[in-house]
Design a protein around this ligand. Sequence first.
Ligand SMILES: [Zn+2]
Length: 325
Amino acid sequence: MGCSPSSGIIARLFFMDTNNTPPVCNYEGSDYQTSFWDQGGREYEDRTEAIALKRLLPESGRLMLELGAGAGRNTSRYADFERVVLLDYSTTQLAQAQARLGKSDRYIFVAADVYRLPFVDGLFDGATMIRTLHHMADAPKALGQVRKVLGPGSTFILEFANKLNAKAILRYWLGKQDWSPFTLEPVEFVALNFDFHPKAVKKWLGALDFRIKKMLTVSHFRMDLLKKFIPTGLLVFLDSLAQWTGSLWQLTPSVFVRASVTRDGKVPPKGIPRHNSDEAIDWFKCPKCEASPLEFEKEHLHCSACGSDWAIRDGIYDFREPLGK
Ligand SMILES: [Zn+2]
């Protein structure tokens, strides 16, 4: 089935061997938004996630990076941020997000590999990664990239799929599952679909100088039988109460973490945060050689350091592969 949860659609796996980065889960051409969210009976999951996000988001912000934005399902929930950069590997997902949100200065659409983020260090004061880490073959590497582009005092909201969930524990005890939910390493249950141990995620974040401020457990009642017979509104209400137990224990399939970068935290190692620039073009660096700034040329961005050209098509900056390659 590959890495996409949608059926009948081929999700191709790309391997960036030229840059020696881990494989990327690509939703290009996927009907994920329609099949999984709009028609997939996921209203309960969507509403409980909205509640968790509301509880974790800061009151205001300048520039948010939404990693794995997909078709923009969550983007309107970041209304308290002045601007949002939607990042996804798939341009077709981003085109769906454009159609949903409309073209405006408020949204910047970027197709890029999470392992080679095309932004100058310390650029953002907020980032979210929801239902995205579970496609990361090298999660610490991806989180390290996120940390680099966040400035001091910024907030990072991470959702991860939890291997230590009640169902997995039960299945393991009953002998119906061969992997242990109690060990720290990620489990890849389908190609490019990983579940993580909460302790491992905490350890990775700590090593990157993130401080964990809050944890919420989400989707306590993700069971078809419950979803079928109990009104969604009631399940959502019960989940919203149970979310607070996330600071004590985490046994749900989905966990939300609010982490922050301290104001006196490590200053990004290189590059100068261009916090004052309103021009998206000043935010980018070359993902190939890391030089910045890039020059705007006719319908593409040019890196004078390594000569790479990066396409801009239909309002989407494409940093996956340079033009002409
Ligand atoms: Zn370059």
